[in-house]
Design a protein. Structure first.
Length: 314
């Protein structure tokens, strides 16, 4: 299906250097903010207290936050959990106060505002558990990267593997850079979104790489830049339809998902936008600069001559 048809190939590779300079500057800014500000890790990674509170009617999250504000806690999150009458509260670690003491203080503040508040459960996440989650998340990201490199090397060629990983890691670092710059909470759902973006970007890179390989077979006399331009132009319609459909779902989570899905959807939104850019303009240009040629992707046909081509009858 194609909603958008282009009669001429768009000369993307003519501006490849400009696109990659923009990418490099954006990447360096993201690295700077990651080093200067760092990530604002949530309770999942830093440790803290998680409380599930039930009400006899739909909970007013604004009143819940106002009640907790009276305790002068530095950071906390309040979100609906499952149904409208259940609230999930995440509290950070606090010096001089245990998890039980914090939960008692919160329940006292909530009951003073609404007597129907009932504590369903209280979980404590220690700093050691948060550290293990952080390490396991980093290992998961590493394994995904290694797996992608192996897959692309076997399916295409090492130039595509190197270019795709550079482009896709560029997307991940930029997502983390946004979270560091704005100090948005980095939690386990956000980590899941980052891993999802990596797979999403790889899929886009594979589609373009497939078309590049196909074009090398059909466009025997075309230059490498022309082959790549034609491949990107041919996939634009598919890219617009696929990513627009995905972004509609992500936007619904961003607008209607509440606090629970807000940063998850933000990470996906940033990843989708930069994933399109990096696959088409970063990955493809790096492949060109690494010297890809028709011989790298299309095996030469071996013609049998003489007796080898004849069928010998008994």
């Amino acid at each position: 299906m194609e909603f958008f048809r282009f009669t001429r190939d768009i000369p993307f590779m003519r501006h490849a250097l400009k696109f990659n300079i923009i990418s490099l500057v954006t990447f360096l800014l993201a690295v700077f903010f990651l080093g200067y500000k760092g990530l604002n890790f949530g309770v999942d990674f830093r440790g803290g207290t998680v409380m599930e509170i039930g009400y006899s009617q739909a909970a007013d999250l604004g009143r819940v936050r106002a009640a907790i504000d009276t305790l002068n806690l530095s950071e906390y999150t309040v979100q609906s959990f499952g149904t409208a009458d259940t609230v999930l509260i995440r509290l950070p670690l606090k010096e001089g106060a245990s998890s039980a003491q914090l939960s008692e203080q919160v329940m006292s503040a909530l009951r003073a505002d609404n007597s129907s508040a009932v504590q369903k459960r209280v979980d404590f996440v220690g700093p050691q558990v948060g550290k293990e989650l952080y390490q396991n998340g980093a290992l998961a990201l590493l394994f995904v990267v290694v797996g992608v490199v192996i897959y692309l090397s076997l399916r295409f060629e090492w130039r595509f593997a190197v270019s795709a990983i550079i482009a896709n890691l560029h997307d991940i670092v930029i997502i983390l850079g946004f979270f560091a710059f704005f100090q948005w909470e980095f939690s386990l759902p956000v980590l899941a979104a980052v891993l999802a973006v990596l797979g999403y970007s790889v899929n886009e890179s594979v589609v373009i790489a497939d078309r590049i390989r196909e074009n090398f077979r059909k466009m025997r006399k075309a230059s490498v830049a022309h082959v790549i331009d034609s491949a990107i132009t041919a996939t634009i319609s598919r890219t617009i339809i696929t990513h627009f459909s995905t972004q509609l779902v992500v936007c619904s989570m961003l607008i209607f998902g509440g606090e629970a899905l807000h940063y998850f959807a933000m990470a996906l939104t940033i990843g989708i936008l930069f994933g399109i850019y990096s696959a088409a303009l970063v990955m493809a240009s790096l492949v060109m600069w690494l010297g890809v040629s028709r011989e790298n992707l299309v095996k030469p046909e071996v013609k049998k001559e003489g007796l080898e081509a004849e069928k010998i009858l008994p």
